[in-house]
Design a protein around this ligand. Structure first.
Ligand code: IDP
Ligand code: MG
Length: 141
């Protein structure tokens, strides 16, 4: 039996500014991800700090959370088999200088911080991140 998995992705403010939304969402669909729910919104610095709490104390925490609250983002709940690992592969390396051809970061990222896209990295973080942006009723399907 196929086991479907869910993951949370964010099109970051840099990619929204570059008009990458359409292309990036097309890649999700072409790669077999089902879009369960999506929303475009802006988050405050405080909300970005809560979302990235796991990185509190890192040298880039302050600028990362300023960046993530610098303009509109698009949050999507995606579903497919092996969604978490497959999305990470489609995203490419955190630093676009190391991202492979064909990845979203290779095409859209500017640098290691302004790197176009977020994706959950494990089942527990996916659960937290999905519930950060979406209510239970929005994902009930
Ligand atoms: P990931 O997004 O590939 O999972 P993480 O290590 O979880 O990478 O870092 C979260 C985000 O923090 C990155 O996507 C990037 O925007 C930013 N970031 C990570 N490392 C650095 C760095 O060394 N300098 C500046 N920003 C960074
Ligand atoms: Mg991460």
């Amino acid at each position: 039996m196929k086991t479907l998995q869910r993951t949370l992705t964010i099109i970051k403010p840099d990619a929204v500014r570059k008009k990458g939304i359409g292309d990036i969402i097309e890649q999700f669909e072409k790669q077999g991800f089902q879009i369960l729910c999506l929303k475009m919104l802006e988050i405050s610095k405080h909300q970005a700090e809560q979302f990235y709490a796991v990185h509190a104390g890192k040298p880039f925490y302050n600028s990362l959370t300023t960046f993530m609250s610098s303009g509109p983002i698009v949050a999507l709940a995606l579903e497919k088999e092996n969604a978490i690992a497959d999305l990470r592969k489609l995203m490419g390396a955190t630093n676009p200088a190391n991202a492979e051809e064909g990845t979203i970061r290779k095409k859209w990222a500017t640098n290691i911080e302004n790197n176009a896209i977020h994706g959950s990295d494990a089942e527990d973080t996916a659960r937290f991140e999905l519930s950060f942006f979406f209510a239970g009723y929005e994902l009930a399907q």
